[in-house]
Design a protein around this ligand. Structure first.
Ligand code: NCD
Ligand code: ZN
Length: 348
């Protein structure tokens, strides 16, 4: 039987939600990851340091005894976020990034940025702090085909922004296209990208396999196979610009299986195991540690974790659904096997 031991990994893009959902999903992440960058798209959004610190306390309160886990908080950028807020965030020591949702691009993004030109002073302040801007890289222009929105965002918005603010660090979150990967590669050391497990494992056919598959719907939407191949190449290449960010985004079953279903795929229950499948298929399991445990921390100027996580190649079947308070959650691969499992950890 095959096993691999890596430095405890981190998840650099995670939706933990709040209340009942938070209590339901948090243990899945905390069993696997030592830290996670926690997305601020709550309703209402986490727009201030004060709100981020209160959210952090709720996360720690929801953590089951015996599990250590460090939530790395983020601020939700709006047209009106003042530069002082970004400095306060840095001084808190608890906030590690600012998230740019183009208004209307995805779940709970209505309060996001309508015109990035209005945020220049605040982004200049962000560059001074050294914290990265985390980018949901999709245009919201309804004229642009949904499968092209990342590529067009890079051309119209991201490339000009990087030119305008040469000191700004940027993470292109959940990159989904070959063009996105190539852009990040060519953009110098201050630009990095996260990659989700589901975009590495699925192409857009998975949305329509035998019928409409709402549990494979997320944003940015899955792309064609040639894009998936480029993502896998980037992930397994060992290039430190690419690191793990699950974008695990739980929604109740009823909100997914609906006439207007929510975007988001829940992967936290098997996150590191799914990435292990990708690296195993590529024949480079020895590179999983860099991608999952080292590159992200280095980009965020944080030390790597102490302790280790051991994975064993031993298939198990994902439950069809998970009870979550009064709701139900359908996890990725529901009713199907995952090839790796957690064999143990040393929490350092
Ligand atoms: C995320 C969510 O549900 O919060 N959904 C998703 O499809 N990824 C939002 C996001 O990251 O776009
Ligand atoms: Zn997300």
């Amino acid at each position: 039987m095959q096993a691999i031991t890596i430095t405890r990994p981190d998840d650099w893009h995670l939706h933990l939600r709040d209340g009942e959902m938070l209590r339901c999903v948090l243990p899945d992440s905390a069993r696997r990851f030592a830290r996670a960058i926690v997305m601020p798209n709550l309703a209402p959004p986490v727009t201030t340091t004060e709100l981020a610190l209160a959210y952090r306390r709720r996360i720690l309160e929801a953590l089951p005894g015996g599990l250590d886990f460090e939530p790395l908080m983020t601020l939700y950028l709006t047209d009106d976020t003042p530069p002082e807020e970004v400095h306060a965030a840095r001084e808190s020591g608890r906030v590690h990034a600012v998230k740019w949702y183009p208004a209307g691009a995805t779940t709970n993004s209505a309060a996001g940025v309508t015109d990035i030109g209005r945020c220049m002073e605040t982004l200049a302040a962000l560059a001074e702090t050294g914290m990265p801007l985390l980018v949901h890289g999709e245009v919201t222009d309804p004229e642009v085909d949904v499968f092209d929105r990342e590529r067009v965002f890079i051309e119209r918005l991201l490339a000009p922004l990087l030119e305008r603010l040469p000191g700004l660090k940027v993470v292109l979150e959940h990159v989904t296209t070959r063009e996105g990967v190539e852009f990040v590669r060519g953009a110098g050391g201050r630009v990095a990208a996260t990659l989700t497990a589901h975009h590495l494992l699925l192409n857009r056919n998975a949305l329509f396999a035998g019928g409409l598959r709402p549990h494979h719907y997320c944003l940015p939407v899955l792309k064609r196979e040639r894009h998936r191949e480029a993502l896998v190449e980037a992930a397994v290449s060992g290039d430190p610009k690419f690191f793990l960010g699950t974008d695990s985004a739980p929604h109740p079953r009823s909100a997914k299986e609906s006439a207007c279903g929510c975007a988001g795929i829940y992967t936290a229950h098997a996150a590191i195991e799914l990435y292990a499948e990708v690296f195993e298929q590529a024949g480079v399991l020895d590179r999983l540690e860099g991608f999952a445990s080292l590159h992200g921390a280095a980009f965020y100027a944080l030390p790597p974790n102490r302790g280790t996580l051991t994975l064993r190649r031993d298939a198990w079947t994902v439950p069809e659904e998970v009870p979550c308070g009064g709701q139900r959650l359908v996890p990725f691969r529901a009713g199907e096997p995952v090839q790796w499992r957690i064999a143990g950890d040393d929490r350092g």
